[in-house]
Design a protein around this ligand. Structure first.
Ligand code: HEM
Length: 526
């Protein structure tokens, strides 16, 4: 029987029963209560909160929903460019988070010795790992870890790694020669190359992706890690709640791959190497040498973690950069011609090896300019590099931002700053690196992060690109199959492109040289 019966006291007049009255009143008051709380919250965020005066999307000022939606859609970098064009140097992107395009502010946040430390966004990447320089938030722990493992990444040790990069570049070229009659997904091949080269320099063992033309799941693993971290980082409590409940609910988050399958791969390689030994001077050997010097501090966990970091931080990032450089050169034949001239002149003058050496590449100013410009126009990392405001707060672009709030800059925004790069900052123009104020341009160049937490692998990445780009272009004429179809891109912290499909034609002189020499021969000097 229904409980909410009504009683009729006289014809035409209906009196509700007591429980109906109570239910109606409660829902009415609850609704009013929530409306008042919500309204108060909106008024607070829009009028009284410390960041109320900072412009930005309406929904961003009220919660993390806007950021999460962008992270899911993968367009945060493009949105930030637009928003800064509209609003100027500061944009509020969450109730307590600001995107900064102000140059003094950027220097303050990322400069050497900065007190702005990595925000909680990174905690989801770190999880329970005890050794992880990339995601470490504590500056003292980070400094100690960096000191222990940075030596193998230094410029002086690059020479040891060069032959490993050479053999992988040569393998790439020989695989491309097999593809000259087909449409080639060059973007995918750069990714296979970038993973194989990391395998070679870290473990003296290519992963074999270029041989099989696909990977063993590692590419997906990195991608799902980043896609998941990109949104979870904005709500770390979701990650930690899931972490707590995992024994009962299972693993639902891709970000845990960073501590899962990739670590397992690194672990396997390290264990195998311990048994097998080696006479090669690759990364693993360099880490083992550090371990022999300080066995208590450079633990097995540290070695495995750094090997895994090479894969996650060094593969996709390099592939993205190679795609960007070649794609933009193909879109701008005038610059491609200039680069070809530089390559061909060096070759005619017998100043060019095959593959091109690091030393030779450094003497090619236009090549270096093209690499810098590709890195500028399409930085691999499109996320915000978020940092927590230190105690005492800070003033950026005349606005006070309290301690504990988050500030950050995407390289996509600052790398397009017209005050630094000129009025054509939005277009690919390598000549700016030859005639512009290079020092000033490099000072704010955020593609490899800020000085306080700069990329460990920058030198290695430059070595790979400096070899691959001229060697590839001396071997092939390259043409976009679909010049009118822009590449698709998705920002999952890394801004990954899709659709770099090309036709390759072998360049005759080189083809002859190679026919005589064989694809896998070491370094032929012409
Ligand atoms: C073109 C290629 C690359 C680009 C654009 C790039 C970019 C970056 C950026 C922007 C950061 C700072 C991230 C942040 O502040 O949150 C970073 C950090 C890092 N990168 Fe790279 N990277 C590249 C290649 C590599 C390679 C090849 C390796 C290793 C072999 C590597 C290892 C690292 C490590 C270990 C860190 C953490 C540094 C720290 O926080 O102290 N990267 N990278």
């Amino acid at each position: 029987m229904p409980t909410m019966a009504v009683t009729t006291s006289s014809p035409g007049l209906t009196i509700p029963s007591l429980d109906v009255v109570i239910t109606t009143l409660v829902s009415h008051y609850l609704l009013s209560f929530f409306s008042i709380v919500s309204l108060t919250y909106v008024v607070y965020q829009r009028v009284f909160a410390p960041l109320a005066g900072v412009p930005g999307p309406f929904w961003a000022s009220l919660g993390k929903g806007w950021l999460i939606a962008r992270a899911k859609k993968g367009d945060l970098h493009r949105e930030l460019i637009k928003l800064h064009e509209i609003h100027g140097p500061l944009v509020r992107i969450a109730p307590k988070e600001v995107s900064v395009a102000d140059l003094d502010g950027i220097k303050m946040i990322y400069g050497a010795g900065s007190h702005f430390h990595k925000s909680d966004w990174y905690s989801v990447l770190k999880g329970h790992r005890t050794f992880d320089p990339f995601a470490e938030q504590d500056p003292h722990v980070h400094a100690a870890q960096k000191k222990l493992v940075i030596r193998p990444y230094a410029m002086e040790t690059l020479k040891d790694l060069e032959p490993y990069v050479d053999s992988t570049v040569y393998h790439f070229i020989s695989r491309m020669r097999e593809k000259v009659t087909q449409q080639v997904d060059l973007g995918k091949w750069f990714q296979l190359f970038a993973f194989d080269v990391i395998g070679e320099i870290t473990f003296s063992k290519r992963f074999g992706f270029m041989d099989t033309e696909h990977d063993d799941g590692s590419l997906k693993s990195v991608e799902s890690t980043l896609a998941s971290a990109a949104w979870l980082g904005h709500v770390p409590w979701v990650f930690w709640t899931h972490d707590y409940l995992k024994p009962w609910v299972g693993n639902w988050l891709g970000v845990t791959n960073r501590t899962g399958s990739l670590m397992q791969r690194a672990l396997k390689e390290v264990e195998e190497r311990k048994v097998r030994g080696t006479d090669r001077n690759d990364f693993l050997e360099k880490f083992f040498r550090l371990q022999r010097e300080k066995p208590d501090q450079v633990t097995d966990v540290a070695v495995i973690s750094m090997a895994a970091a090479n894969i996650t931080a060094g593969s996709d990032t390099t592939a993205i950069s190679l795609r960007a450089i070649i794609y933009h050169l193909l879109l701008h034949p005038e610059y491609l011609d200039l680069l070809r001239q530089e390559i061909d002149t060096a070759r005619r003058e017998r100043r060019l090896s095959d593959p091109v050496t690091m030393e030779e590449a450094e003497k090619m100013p236009f090549l270096q300019a093209c690499i810098m410009e590709g890195l500028r126009i399409h930085p691999s990392i499109g996320g915000l590099l978020p940092r927590t405001v230190p105690p005492g707060g800070c003033v950026i672009a005349g606005t006070f931002i309290p301690a504990g709030h988050v500030v950050g800059t995407s390289a996509w925004v600052v790398n397009r700053n017209a005050d630094i790069y000129g009025p054509d900052a939005n277009t690919f123009n390598p000549t700016r690196w030859l005639k512009g104020n290079r020092h000033e341009m490099q000072r704010y160049f955020l593609t490899f992060g800020g000085a306080s937490r700069q990329c460990f692998g920058k030198n290695i990445a430059f070595m790979e690109m400096s070899k691959m780009v001229p060697t590839f272009l001396r071997h092939f004429d390259v043409e976009l199959c679909f010049p009118d179809r822009p590449l698709k891109e998705k920002n999952f912290f890394f801004v990954i492109q899709e659709g770099l499909i090309v036709n390759l034609t072998p360049r005759d002189e080189v083809a002859e040289g190679q026919a005589n020499g064989g694809a896998e021969k070491e370094m032929n000097r012409y």
